[in-house]
Design a protein around this ligand. Sequence first.
Ligand code: ZN
Length: 151
Amino acid sequence: MVRVAIGPGDDVEAWCTRCRMNLNHRVIAVVGVEIKRVHCLTCGGDHKYYPPKYEGSGKKTAKAGKIPSAVRTVKSREAAEARAVGEWKRMMDEMPAEHTPRPYRLSESYQPAEFIEHPVLGKGRVMEILGAQRISVIFRDGRKILVCNKN
Ligand SMILES: [Zn+2]
């Protein structure tokens, strides 16, 4: 899988200091390869980028929380990938047995929580409507931004 460098306007999973959850954030500022500022797509707040928090790192919000070192970041990225698969499975488990996911098409419009099937990425579920023509969908490979409502 090719990893594309993150730039402003991209969506990343990050810890929201207001919502106190790992949520999708739009990147506002990047310095070098480091994400500096993000915009929470849930509460609409702008704040410093904090990497997503996972079990084991404790429930407390990091008051004086240090951003993990580069080495830790690589390790937690693997954990994040494993967790993404777990999240996807949980989401897909909610699909009723008789339900057929809707084939993904650029021209269609989608609703949150809808099950879809992408020709390349496979089965997924709409997590968030990001705008008139963008949706965030979770696939086995993780969350992807897909275009919709396009003529
Ligand atoms: Zn938030």
